[in-house]
Write a protein that binds this ligand. Structure first.
Ligand SMILES: [Zn+2]
Length: 252
């Protein structure tokens, strides 16, 4: 009886277990990323400043935990960032980067933010692998379903972030949600919805100056924090109304 009660409680436990988001400040240490307009300012500094602010903003939100995949100016390999998200049991992974135009005539001409998720094609490939690996076909179908459901949730997460970023920075800065073009290695192997946000162009005169100021970091962190809050609220609602979330069980 007690065992049944305990098991029943455990089955429900994840619903009350809170929401962890892994925030990944891109680059770090000798991997500086793009160079800013201000001397000595690199992408790795901007991403950490924004990530720290996101954590600070969300500190007071009960049941929400923010884990940073890099706390200081140190080199963190891609696989360690993936482990950071998976081992934290994160429900959402947000990698922060800044953009730059390629060297050449367009240098300094592009501006705005864009959000990346893994391409659906790659997800189908992963889903295929997930379906082949397990011992039983039912497990395989479930694993493949999970991979696809996570991809759908990644897109939903990207959309929330896009709305909040456009609200904060202006819809004319919105370059959209993309599935190719950035280095998306950090999103491979994650078990939760995951996005990579290019918050602005470090080499653009206005974007670059904005990204060198505390006001800029605050504004971007505010938008990301609101999006994370929204996504957590959405997940909480999804637990009582399964039509809201893509995390539904396959037919057996
Ligand atoms: Zn980067």
């Amino acid at each position: 009886m007690i065992a049944a009660l305990v098991l029943g409680w455990l089955a429900l436990a994840p619903a009350g277990a809170g929401f962890t988001v892994a925030v990944d400040p891109g680059h770090g240490g000798k991997n500086c990323g793009g160079e800013g307009l201000r001397k000595g300012l690199y992408e790795k500094h901007v991403t950490l400043e924004i990530a720290r602010r996101v954590r600070r903003n969300l500190l007071a939100e009960r049941g929400l935990r923010v884990v940073l995949c890099r706390e200081a100016d140190v080199l963190v390999p891609i696989n360690a960032r993936v482990r950071c998200g998976n081992e934290a049991g994160a429900r959402l992974f947000v990698s922060i980067h800044t953009n730059a135009s390629p060297f050449g005539p367009s240098r300094g001409m592009q501006r705005g933010f864009e959000i990346y998720v893994l391409p659906v094609q790659g997800v189908d490939h992963d889903a295929g692998l997930a379906a082949i690996a397990p011992a039983s076909p039912v497990d395989g179908a479930w694993a493949a379903h999970q991979v696809r459901a996570t991809a759908v949730e990644s897109l939903a997460a990207a959309q929330r972030i896009e709305w909040q970023m456009a609200d904060a920075l202006g819809s004319d800065r919105d370059r959209g949600i993309k599935q190719a073009g950035a280095k998306l290695d950090v999103l491979q192997g994650l078990k939760m919805p995951a996005v990579l946000v290019e918050v602005g162009f470090l080499d653009h005169p206005q974007d670059g100056n904005f990204l060198a100021t505390e006001a800029g970091w605050d504004k971007i962190a505010g938008a990301l924090s609101r999006a994370i809050s929204d996504l957590r609220a959405r997940e909480l609602r999804g637990r009582t109304d399964p039509t809201i979330t893509a995390r539904t069980a396959p037919a057996r």
